[in-house]
Write a protein that binds this ligand. Structure first.
Ligand code: ADE
Length: 210
């Protein structure tokens, strides 16, 4: 479930390629909740000025709580995530851990942020996708969802391929090649066309470590 002020941004990139196929084949489901539906006035206002002054607007805690109360989880195995640059940095081990949940609520911030009491009282984990600032959490949510959905069994065609991803063993992928064998004078490493699967595996292991 994604809580956002900009529901039109979804499924967006999550509607394409392997993740899009998984969505069509119901390997996961996506529910988008528009925060403006829970606004405090007829216009659907969700934000207000920060106490203490400063630029920008802050999303009100009561709006988030009302939106949350409208959601029914199918299981008890869910978590709540607030995407913010001040959260804990996302990594493959963190994703592996979070992927054990059956359901997730993802709150996308906008403006200057979200009232801290909403984060504390409603039990959100704060997660950042990197040390840089986006204009809102929606793109971060797309990154987060893509990287966690590919860990769902059956989402990737080849069951083993999520395990051989870069970072899964604290390693990076080895270089890979396809046709043509000779591209502008640069040849595919001889070993990869040797047919010697044992040797190829060894070479890949070595390159991955490098
Ligand atoms: N919202 C804005 N910037 C972000 C970031 N780096 N990570 C997660 N959410 C964000």
């Amino acid at each position: 479930v994604i809580l956002t002020c900009y529901p039109e941004m979804f499924p967006g990139s999550l509607g394409y390629s392997v993740i899009g196929n998984a969505l069509n084949n119901k390997k996961f489901s996506l529910e988008i909740v528009n925060l403006h539906n829970f606004g405090i006035d007829k216009r659907g206002s969700v934000d207000d000025e920060p106490f203490g002054g400063g630029p920008g607007m802050v999303i009100r805690p009561d709006v988030i709580e009302k939106a949350l109360n409208s959601i029914t989880f199918k299981t008890d195995n869910y978590c709540k995530i607030f995407l913010t640059p001040s959260g804990q940095k996302l990594s493959q081990p963190k994703l592996n851990n979070l992927s054990k949940h059956d359901e997730m609520l993802i709150l996308c911030g906008r403006f200057e942020g979200v009232d801290q009491r909403a984060i504390e009282i409603l039990g959100f984990q704060e997660i950042s996708i990197g040390d840089y600032v986006l204009s809102g959490g929606e793109l971060a949510a797309a990154v987060f969802c893509d990287s966690i959905i590919r860990l769902v069994p059956g989402v990737l065609g080849d069951e083993s391929s999520a395990l051989t991803d870069s970072f899964q063993d604290n390693r990076l992928s080895e270089p890979i090649y396809t046709r043509p064998k000779n591209y502008e004078g640069l040849k595919v490493p001889e070993i990869l066309i040797s047919g010697n699967t044992k040797a190829i595996e060894k070479w890949r292991e070595k390159k991955s470590l490098e």
